[in-house]
Design a protein around this ligand. Structure first.
Ligand code: F6P
Length: 350
């Protein structure tokens, strides 16, 4: 039996509640653990705000989006007293370990907490962006791709009716996993991703050629972090930075749409999907993946997995050291990018 804390950190994501539920069910049934859920990420640890969790408290949460615990980007190392306050709460509760469910920034705090001896941690990879290394998939990604794909399908029919170009801006700050998957699944004309800066002149040419061949209703999928090649006459405003040093992205789709309309003369509209991609119920796949991650995370607490992150590799759940995860980002697979560019109307990169 162990006393285990759980917190959700960073942006929310479909499947968070399913992970918490799975940790609690496995922890209580298999290990006889006592489980504590901290409110609002690390803030709850610093302020001593938490609730005890058991199977009963988790009823009905499998299908719910968001996080029943609340989340934040705050962490104990931002102020001098933060770490001290977190230490006091963890000591008072006598916790043996913490399951931290978070993205790249949050997993870095997990690693720090573990290596600095604040608390032993097991990480669970969360983000719709799917950019966490050492795991094939983070939960939430499948749901976001399904939402973006459905939006593209819907935009196709209205675009065809009006013979318009539709630009769809999807999330993806450092990487274009959502854009590439949804672009392939939705039959986009072109997809623009952060990994490969784009030349708007080439994009306009692709759209123009397609229309000249009698095709219409082009769909251009743009990841929010996509940027043009420097010096080609298209500027994207520098994003605002929030108090956590986090860039507030969004808006590249509109710049692309305006520029495409100006260069091609075709009526162009933009749809920004934004947080719709993060809200609502997780897909069936994400419910299963979240449940698998939850079981593996609490088992890791008891089976020598402290300081590790649960991960999906070759379809199986395994564990990797947190140290191997922090500090890098998983880009889109070159093979998949090749597939995408083969299917799209023209190659954007060689
Ligand atoms: O990291 C996940 C993510 O959804 C990104 O795709 C997006 O850029 C960011 O979070 C948005 O964060 P916020 O909700 O703080 O605006």
């Amino acid at each position: 039996m162990a006393r285990v804390g759980i917190l959700t950190s960073g942006g929310d994501c479909p499947g968070l509640n399913a992970v918490i539920r799975s940790v609690v069910r496995r922890g209580e049934r298999r290990w006889g653990d006592q489980l504590f859920g901290f409110y609002d990420g690390w803030i709850g640890v610093m302020e001593g705000r938490y609730q005890t969790l058991d199977i009963e408290t988790m009823r009905g949460y499998l299908t719910r989006g968001g996080t029943m615990l609340g989340t934040s980007r705050e962490h104990p190392w931002r102020t001098e007293e933060g770490r001290e306050k977190a230490h006091r709460t963890l000591k008072r509760l006598g916790l043996d370990a913490l399951v931290l469910i978070g993205g790249e920034g949050s997993l870095a705090t997990a690693y720090r907490a573990h290596t600095e001896g604040l608390i032993s941690v097991v990480g669970v990879p969360k983000t719709i962006d799917n950019d966490i290394p050492c795991t094939e998939q983070s939960f939430g990604f499948d749901t976001a791709v399904a939402i973006a794909t459905e939006a593209i399908d819907r935009l196709h029919t209205t675009a065809e009716s009006h013979d318009r170009v539709m630009v769809v801006e999807v999330m993806g700050r450092h990487v274009g996993h959502i854009a590439t998957w949804a672009g392939i699944a939705g039959g986009a004309t072109v997809t623009l991703v952060p990994e490969y800066p784009f030349d708007i002149g080439v994009v306009a040419e692709i759209v123009r050629k397609r229309h000249n061949r009698g095709r219409f209703a082009s769909i251009v999928v743009v990841a929010e972090g996509a940027r043009p090649v420097a010096g080609l006459g298209m500027e994207i405003k520098k994003p605002e930075i929030d108090r956590f040093g986090h860039q507030r992205l969004g808006g590249v789709g509109l710049v692309v749409a305006n520029e495409l309309e100006r260069r091609t003369g075709f009526e162009t509209r933009v749809t920004v999907l934004g947080h719709v991609q993060r809200g609502g119920s997780p897909s069936a796949y994400d419910r299963v993946l979240s449940s698998r991650y939850g079981v593996a995370a609490i088992d890791a607490v008891h089976e020598g997995g402290l300081g590790e992150m649960v991960a999906l590799q070759k379809g199986l759940i395994t564990r990797v050291p947190l140290g191997a995860v922090v500090g890098s980002i998983k880009s889109i697979d070159e093979g998949l990018w090749d597939v995408a560019n083969t299917l799209f109307e023209a190659r954007l990169t060689d």
